[in-house]
Design a protein around this ligand. Structure first.
Ligand SMILES: Nc1ncnc2c1ncn2[C@@H]1O[C@H](COP(=O)(O)OP(=O)(O)OP(=O)(O)O)[C@@H](O)[C@H]1O
Length: 772
């Protein structure tokens, strides 16, 4: 029986051509053998180089595909070399953040509402104002259809990679279709040409697919190396077998030398193949992180609008995925498909030994399944608490000043510690079980080895096997069971990575940024607010109820009311930073949810109540961090907001660097820079929430001048205020009481009505000036 089995090992050994060719020269001198080995090493080096080239080629081909196929979003990011040679046009686009698209959550409802909006336009015409020129918005996109092919497949990522564009368009040089908004370049709603440059839609699903494709392509290459590595792993058992059954019986030194040389070559080759596959996996991990980083951040930034910002943690999920790709757990999974061949090899040595391995493998599989069942829930719970703790940590870092000033460190740490403790508790439960199952699987494996050797010895005593075959079978069995054991040990990582991937996929696939919006004419600034109802999610409290009003282009409105009346909420709704529970906000008749987010953002300005500046220079802040902003545009915004003089007083002027906490600017200065930011790009509608809350009298005077200037520019301005002083700068006033419109009309009429009802803005008698 032993003699029958021996050739089987040789067959196994001769599967690799390196082994076989050396074997065939076994009868030659050691010098020849060494020369052969040298040659083989060179061949190996060349092979590794060629494989590197193939990888590059595959990536290059995949990246080039989008350029050839302009119709589909299924594109791949460029290789590193392609990125370096990014043309200038792309660089400009990269400078700007990824394009945002309006939220589509309520799209069907909005489309129905569009009809309502048209009837709403009739109401507005009653005011005697002209109907906006808005008739032919759909012609341009069709006319642009040809241009779409010119820049397709462009990949943008913080200067490196980014969301894949579903279809790209040539930036609109002429401005909005039909020359809407004056079409005179800059003034009076002009500047339409450059201002309405579109970055084109993005397709996060395509980014995800490209990331997956990168993984798949590289894994296929890794699999080839894995097969080669696993074949070469057989070298040691074969060596053992040959020594005990051939060398020791023939007492041939030549055979021993030849065999040793052969095995040394095989072991070196195996080590190199193993290193190469790990290197490819490492590069795959980097590739995936580069492919998906920017799309995830873009999608998270958009999704966080309607949540507490937990979507940003999806970047952590990407990190998890990256770690998994370079983990030994993945290698175990890659080795797993080859394990059955090892089992067959043991079977060929002796069916009894094969049966032992199969029984052990089945038992290990059962242990794996039990392990999965026993640990999945606890690991999930641990991750949930860990996420909560991370969120809290994030808010701590943002509020470090207040935490220190109010000595809130112990409380903040306690809250973080509570979540971490819950996470650790769940982790301990899960890890306890995982360790128990891992130990069980280790014990099973060791017992398998004992059984193999024990029963093998018995078979050898009976003359069915040689000693070398028994040891070889034991080593091969170890290789067969290794992947299963590795999978059990790394199961936690598998669970976490799977969850991380599904979070990434759902964020990218459900992102509203995926949906392209029709490119509309540059708005004139007509605002229609229709029956707004706002009930915050998870509450039953009505914050805004049936708010309805309209403004014509160039109108200025002050929203007044007591604290908590809903003024800020209304302001946020006008700029789309929160969505109404029902009702519509329309700019130039189109519901905000149906505007292209990027175009809408460029058409409006917003000064929030709680002003935050980005770390960067004043000019960058005014320019909304856009690198393609011209100095003239920045200066124009500063002049319009009347902050140029204030900035000129700063030691470094426009180049003054603003830290994350706003220093060195005072609260009032920050507010004025933010005012200029609101007016940047010559917006058609601006919402200012308490713009004078931090201003001194000079600042208030500047604000008044800015509002007058805005009126001249026909910019629609909505100012949320509680101060009477600003009322002189507006045409209309809206009084909000408990989320409903109590009064709305021309300033004098509203103020008179207030006075006649004995009402006031701040609980005091009305200022006489405001009545005139
Ligand atoms: N997301 C939310 N969840 C629950 N309540 C909210 C939410 N947003 C606003 N509110 C509540 O709605 C009310 C109106 O808030 P809002 O900030 O709009 O008032 P305001 O008129 O601007 O007040 P102030 O003049 O003091 O700034 C407040 O009572 C506030 O607590």
């Amino acid at each position: 029986m032993a003699d029958d089995r021996a050739p089987t090992f040789e067959e196994l050994a001769t599967d690799g051509d390196v082994v076989s060719s050396l074997d065939s020269k076994a009868e030659h001198s050691p010098d020849q053998v060494l020369r052969t080995l040298d040659r083989r090493e060179n061949v190996l080096k060349r092979t590794v180089k060629e494989i590197d080239e193939v990888i590059d080629h595959l990536r290059g081909a995949a990246a080039a595909r989008p350029d050839q196929n302009t119709n589909g979003p299924d594109t791949t990011a460029p290789t590193a070399s392609e990125r370096i040679s990014t043309p200038a046009a792309e660089v400009i686009l990269q400078a700007a953040p990824p394009p945002l698209k309006a939220d589509t959550a309520n799209a069907p409802e909005i489309r129905d509402g569009r009809g309502n909006g048209e009837s709403g336009s009739g109401l507005i015409q009653d005011d005697g104002k002209p109907e906006p020129r808005f008739e032919k918005p759909s012609a341009e996109p069709r006319a642009e259809a040809k241009d779409k092919t010119t820049m397709s497949g462009m990949v943008v990522i913080e200067g490196d990679r980014g969301p894949i564009k579903a279809e790209a368009r040539t930036p609109d040089k002429r401005g909005s279709p039909g020359g809407e908004g004056g079409g005179d370049g800059k003034g009076g709603g002009g500047g339409a040409g450059v201002f309405h440059k579109r970055l084109g839609p993005v397709d996060f699903s395509a980014s995800l697919k490209a990331g997956l494709r990168a993984i798949r392509q590289n894994l296929m290459i890794v699999m080839l190396f894995t097969i080669a590595t696993n074949i070469l792993v057989l070298a040691i058992p074969i060596y053992l077998f040959q020594i005990s059954d051939r060398v020791l019986t023939s007492r041939s030194i030549d055979t021993l030398v030849m065999l040793t040389g052969l095995i040394v070559g095989a072991v070196i080759l195996q080590a190199i193949f193993d290193a190469v596959r790990r290197m490819i996996l490492m590069r795959t991990a980097v590739e995936v992180a580069a492919q998906l980083g920017a799309p995830i951040l873009s999608a998270a930034a958009r999704a966080s609008l309607h949540s507490n910002g937990r979507e940003y943690q999806t970047l952590g999920d990407l990190q998890q995925l990256r770690s998994f790709l370079v983990s030994s757990t993945l290698l175990s999974f890659l080795d797993a498909p080859i394990a059955p061949f090892f089992v067959v090899a043991v079977f060929l040595i002796h069916p009894h030994l094969g049966s032992i391995v199969i029984t052990s493998a089945l038992l290990l599989l059962v242990v794996t399944l039990l392990n999965q069942k026993a640990t999945a829930a606890s690991f999930g719970e641990a991750n949930t608490f860990q996420s909560k703790a991370n969120l809290h940590l994030d808010s701590m870092s943002r509020n470090s000043q207040i935490i220190n000033a109010l000595a809130m460190i112990p409380e903040s740490v306690r809250i973080w510690g509570r979540d971490m403790a819950s996470s650790f508790t769940a982790q301990v439960v899960a890890q306890d079980r995982n360790i128990a199952f891992a130990s069980l699987s280790k014990a099973l494996r060791s017992l398998t080895q004992v059984m193999m050797l024990g029963w093998g010895a018995n078979l050898a005593l009976r003359g069915d096997l040689t000693g070398g075959m028994v040891i070889a079978a034991s080593i091969i069995a170890g290789r067969a069971l290794g992947p299963i054991e590795g999978a059990i040990e790394g199961w936690n990582q598998v669970v976490q990575s799977r969850a991380a991937y599904s979070r990434i996929a759902s964020l990218l696939q459900s992102s509203p940024l995926n949906f392209e919006r029709l490119k509309l004419p540059r708005p004139e600034g007509r605002l229609d607010v229709e029956r707004l109802l706002f009930v915050p999610q998870g509450t039953k409290r009505v914050i805004l109820n049936g708010v309805t009003f309209s403004l014509n282009p160039g109108d200025s409105l002050a929203v007044i009311g007591s604290s908590g009346a809903g003024k800020t909420t209304l302001g946020k709704m006008l700029v789309g930073s929160i969505l109404p529970t029902s009702g519509n906000v329309r700019l130039d008749l189109m519901d905000l949810r149906n505007w292209d987010q990027r175009q809408f953002g460029e058409s409006i300005g917003y000064l929030p109540q709680d002003v935050q500046l980005f770390p960067g220079t004043i000019k960058a802040n005014i320019a909304r961090m856009r690198e393609d902003a011209s100095d003239a545009e920045i200066y124009a915004a500063a002049k319009l907001a009347d902050v140029h003089d204030m900035i000129a007083q700063l030691p470094h002027g426009y180049e003054t660097f603003v830290a994350a906490d706003g220093s060195p600017l005072s609260g009032g200065q920050k507010q004025r820079v933010a005012l200029a930011r609101a007016f940047f790009g010559n917006p058609r509608m601006v919402v200012l929430d308490e713009p004078n809350s931090n201003l001194d009298s000079a600042g208030e005077a500047a604000l008044t001048r800015a509002l007058a200037h805005a009126r001249k520019q026909q910019i629609t301005v909505v100012t949320v205020t509680q101060r009477p002083a600003l009322l002189n700068s507006v045409d209309k006033v809206l009084l909000l009481v408990n989320g409903t419109v109590a009064l709305f009309g021309m300033r004098q009429d509203v103020l008179k009505a207030l006075a006649s009802r004995g009402m006031n803005l701040e609980g005091n008698p009305l200022d006489h000036n405001q009545l005139t």
